[in-house]
Design a protein around this ligand. Structure first.
Ligand SMILES: CC(C)(COP(=O)(O)OP(=O)(O)OC[C@H]1O[C@@H](n2cnc3c(N)ncnc32)[C@H](O)[C@@H]1OP(=O)(O)O)[C@@H](O)C(=O)NCCC(=O)NCCS
Length: 228
């Protein structure tokens, strides 16, 4: 699996998954082609600005675009914002195979090791138990006092009630499987990886330099993450 920058040819399969009522069950509505393309534009703009974001997920065995997994700054205001969230949306044919969890682990590693974030959150509507299971598999924790009503939805909307899961850098460090522990984050992308995930220096001049960027330089990086 590869987490990579978006390509123009991702737009059609992205529109198809955004139009799928099952994929969009926990969102207000499926997206039209125009709405899907607008979302792809926003993702691309953020990548250009930050050098990271919601990566396109490519399942390398099939060469197919599966959806997105990555990091994002929520645009709305809530008690827990500003924050960086980890999020995912995959086409149904890629569910039930562990891709979301595996890709999200790589995104968390990127956020903690490269961006040096102190905390990464994730949230979903209360009804989205499949997504919450991914959060739990990642070792994220929910505190009911963090539950919130999504400010983008009108009061009383059935998808309004949301749960928030958090993962701190120290919890993430403690929970990591020793086999997946990176020896030293300053020894570069190859070493900032495990057997199952690695930062691919191919598209990243900074990553290719063999050094992790300082937090300030992280925004200049446009890495891909190769997994499995
Ligand atoms: C949320 C979403 C990404 C979860 O997908 P998923 O397939 O359930 O999650 P994972 O990719 O982690 O896969 C876990 C499943 O793969 C199985 N699996 C198989 N091999 C595995 C492996 N090597 N590692 C982990 N899980 C594996 C697990 O047992 C689990 O099975 P289950 O679906 O029968 O419970 C997907 O449902 C989705 O895209 N939904 C629509 C968009 C959405 O709601 N996004 C979130 C908004 S908050």
């Amino acid at each position: 699996m590869l987490l990579r920058a978006w390509r123009p040819e991702d737009r059609a399969p992205f529109a198809a998954l955004n139009a799928d009522p099952t994929v969009m069950e926990h969102f207000p509505a499926p997206l039209s082609l125009g709405e899907s393309n607008q979302m792809a534009d926003r993702i691309a703009e953020r990548f250009a600005r930050d050098g990271w974001g919601l990566w396109a997920v490519e399942v390398t065995v099939s060469g197919g675009f599966a959806g997105f997994v990555g990091l994002n700054r929520p645009r709305f205001s809530a008690r827990f914002t500003p924050a960086v969230e980890v999020g995912w949306r995959l086409a149904q044919s890629y569910w039930h195979q562990g891709y979301a969890t595996e890709a999200a682990r790589a995104a968390l590693a990127f956020g903690f090791e490269w961006l040096e974030l102190e905390e990464i959150v994730s949230f979903s509507s209360k009804s989205n138990l499949r997504s919450q299971r991914v959060m739990e598999r990642l070792g994220m924790r929910r505190n009911a006092s963090d539950d919130f009503a999504h400010p983008g939805l009108p009061p009383g909307h059935p998808l309004g009630p949301h749960v928030l899961y958090r993962l701190s850098r120290s919890e993430w460090t403690l929970a990591r499987d020793p086999e997946q522990r990176t020896s030293t984050p300053t020894s570069g992308p190859g070493a900032a990886s495990s057997d199952s995930s690695e930062l691919d220096a191919g598209s990243s001049p900074s990553a290719g330099s063999g050094r992790r960027p300082s937090s300030g330089a992280a925004s200049a990086v446009e890495p891909s993450l190769t997994i499995g």
